[in-house]
Design a protein around this ligand. Structure first.
Ligand SMILES: Nc1ncnc2c1ncn2[C@@H]1O[C@H](COP(=O)(O)OP(=O)(O)O)[C@@H](O)[C@H]1O
Ligand SMILES: [Mg+2]
Length: 660
């Protein structure tokens, strides 16, 4: 397809582009040159942790030795060193014994050297050298975290390792392991700081759990969350290899669905424990375009595959998910939802029928309550039931409600204002005649279809289609939130009234959740916020699971996020949102949390109940037919085509006018 007159762009060749600078003097250039300078240096340090005093002159405050360095300032920093460390650097031949003199002027290394180092023995493990050599040493233990020093040289050595998790070892968000007796502690690196005195890197770590050491290979085995025995300062720190992580992320036997790969490994599958995730609600967060909707579809597809007789209700405000679930779900929109108006409770009736505010609203509500009860009582069903209330989901005729209002108005003394009655009656009339409201306020919906309606939306029986997509994009915006409220309340009430039965649990997934459970500052007092907050707080007692999807976690009602036992966070660009998520996530996930602004599209951090330990996951590629229709339009492509515009406009106007 032609791309019109658009062309590609090469900044270097544009007019006015500056020729590339052959040799810069920026910090980055210097680091690059220093790395090159380091290349020929022996890359192994079999003795384990070797302390490397590597002063970086450009960051150091001026010192006595700085004067000597001045003339070579622009050259590779390795040669910039004051003479002593530079010598050490070149003095390290390949399989060297640990340089004692170094240890002497570096307490960190001294501690490290005192530890017996079983890794010196020949290894049966297939892990490369880097995986079995320490990269650092524990400096301090405090509470759930601790501080380690990581050797810069070892970090560089590891960086080239072909095992990606060894290559990442020591970096923020990576995993490391620490030897404690015969077991390994697994920890994640939260942050890094340059250690000025010793020249190594100081890092805070968070413990994730522990496992035993496999005798033959030295690998981590039988991993469990939580720590029973802490290391002492001086314990050695090793990179966690892919083989280690395989053990860590292996399913512990609970049923799980796999959704992608554990970052940074190439082949470890990332799974989430379905019962644990759904048992305590979950939230899926991420800025627009990071892949939230597609990831939600992916997770739901995997759950549907695992549970073809499940019960999932998805509220879809943009009509995106229909295309994704045509095979495995039922799609309900304004054309076939047929949600009877009488299923609303009194509060929901008020939201739809009352137009006034302040004092007037209270007057109108009182009138509506009386008349609605009268209308409900008129039905044959009510006669059989005996006692009913304004909230009882009993079918009534819209004309009965209208007549009840008319009658009440007729009984007024002259002095009383008839305006409130007229307001309700007019609104009722409007809803009855406006075609946009027919999915709910049609005279055809008067039959008692409650059981059918519930079976349909909750997929009972599921019949191999466990998910219902409720596309509310066609619902007039003034009642969308009420429609969502009704659906959510039905889930809740069904669970409450069904608690004597052996009803199966229901998962309610809500896209754009910040619209429906808004924070106090955006609150509009709609019943949907109340019911969803209630489900968040009490739902799990009744077997309801809530899945909230939003790009604005900071706009969610307070407390709702912390009710979510599992948080799946994709990239969040906004600071406030990041803070919110940080507050809702467990302590141990700190290192991962800092990665949230730096995640790529389709990557996420998962922490909480649904996973054994916090993980960073790159989601699988979802087949096109299973993706939601949220594809961004290509302006370039669309704007290069022409033809048929008049017809398009005509047809659109036609649909617009006929409202259908
Ligand atoms: N796992 C995935 N597999 C295939 N495509 C994906 C995946 N995740 C995201 N995408 C693509 O990325 C784009 C944005 O994803 P989307 O789910 O709409 O993001 P969001 O809901 O966060 O705005 C879409 O075009 C989608 O096809
Ligand atoms: Mg989306």
């Amino acid at each position: 397809m032609s791309k019109g007159n658009f062309r590609t762009f090469d900044p270097a060749k544009e007019d006015g582009a500056e020729p590339p600078q052959p040799r810069g003097n920026s910090l980055r250039d210097r680091i690059r040159r220093s790395e090159q300078a380091q290349q020929p240096a022996p890359a192994t340090s079999r003795s384990g942790y070797v302390h490397q005093p590597q002063a970086q002159p450009e960051l150091e405050p001026p010192s006595a030795s700085a004067q000597q360095e001045a003339p070579q300032e622009a050259a590779a920093p390795q040669q910039d060193h004051s003479p002593a460390p530079a010598q050490e650097q070149t003095e390290r031949p390949a399989p060297q014994p640990s340089p004692r003199e170094e240890a002497a002027n570096a307490p960190v290394a001294a501690q490290a050297e005192k530890q017996p180092n079983p890794e010196d023995s020949p290894q049966q493990a297939s892990d490369g050298d880097n995986a079995i050599q320490p990269i650092g040493v524990v400096l301090e233990i405090a509470g759930s975290g601790s501080q380690v020093a990581i050797d810069l040289q070892r970090l560089t050595e590891c960086a080239d390792d072909k095992d990606p998790s060894v290559a990442m070892a020591g970096q923020v968000g990576s995993q490391i392991k620490i030897r404690v007796g015969n077991s390994w502690l697994l920890a994640s690196v939260r942050n890094q700081k340059r250690d000025r005195k010793a020249g190594s890197i100081l890092a805070n770590i968070d413990f994730l759990g522990e496992g035993v050491e496999e005798k033959l290979t030295g690998r981590l085995h039988g991993f469990r969350r939580g720590v029973t025995r802490y290391p002492v300062p001086g314990a050695l720190v090793y990179p966690a290899s892919t083989a280690d992580l395989k053990q860590v992320y292996a399913s512990d036997g609970r049923s799980a669905v796999t959704i992608g790969k554990v970052y940074p490994t190439k082949d470890i599958r990332a799974g989430i424990y379905v019962d644990a995730m759904l048992g305590k609600h979950f939230a899926l967060l991420g800025s627009t375009g990071t892949g939230k909707s597609t990831s939600a579809a992916l997770i739901l597809h995997r759950i549907c595959e695992a549970a073809p007789e499940g019960h999932i209700v998805m509220i879809d405000p943009h009509g995106e998910y229909a295309s994704a679930f045509r095979q495995t779900g039922v799609i309900l929109d304004v054309s076939n939802l047929q949600m009877p108006y009488w299923i609303m409770n009194f509060e929901e009736h008020c939201e739809v029928l009352l137009t006034s505010n302040g004092n007037d609203r209270q007057i109108d509500a009182d009138i509506l309550a009386r008349c609605l009860l009268k209308a409900r009582q008129k039905s044959r069903l009510a006669e059989q039931m005996g006692k009913i209330t304004v909230d009882s989901p009993i079918p009534y005729l819209l004309s009965d409600l209208s007549n009840a209002i008319q009658d009440a108005m007729g009984k007024l003394d002259k002095a009383t204002n008839s305006a409130p009655y007229m307001r309700i009656k007019n609104k009722l009339e409007e809803l009855k005649t406006d075609p946009r409201y027919q999915f709910m306020f049609s005279g055809m919906l008067v039959a008692d279809t409650m059981a059918d309606f519930i079976s349909k939306i909750f997929r009972m029986p599921a019949g191999g289609k466990p998910i219902s997509i409720i596309d509310v994009s066609g619902v007039p915006s003034d009642i969308t939130s009420t429609v969502v409220a009704v659906l959510s309340r039905l889930v809740f009430d069904f669970a409450i009234w069904g608690r004597e039965e052996k009803t199966t649990p229901i998962l309610l997934v809500c896209e754009e959740a910040h619209r429906y459970v808004p924070s106090e500052k955006n609150a509009d007092g709609n019943s949907v916020g109340t019911i969803l907050s209630r489900i968040a707080k009490e739902g799990r007692k009744y077997g309801i699971s809530l899945g909230l999807i939003t790009q604005r976690p900071s706009d969610l009602a307070e407390g709702v996020l912390s009710q979510c036992g599992t948080i799946i966070s994709m990239r969040l660009n906004n600071d406030r949102d990041q803070d919110f998520v940080r507050a809702a996530m467990p302590e141990g996930a700190r290192g991962f949390l800092d990665a949230i602004p730096a995640l790529r599209n389709r990557e996420c951090i998962i922490c909480g109940e649904g996973v054994a330990i916090p993980i960073r996951v790159s989601f699988d590629n979802l087949e096109e037919v299973k993706r939601p229709a949220s594809e961004d339009p290509s302006f370039v492509e669309m704007w290069s085509q022409s033809g048929g515009e008049e017809d398009i406009v005509q047809r659109t106007v036609q649909r617009w006018r006929s409202q259908g």
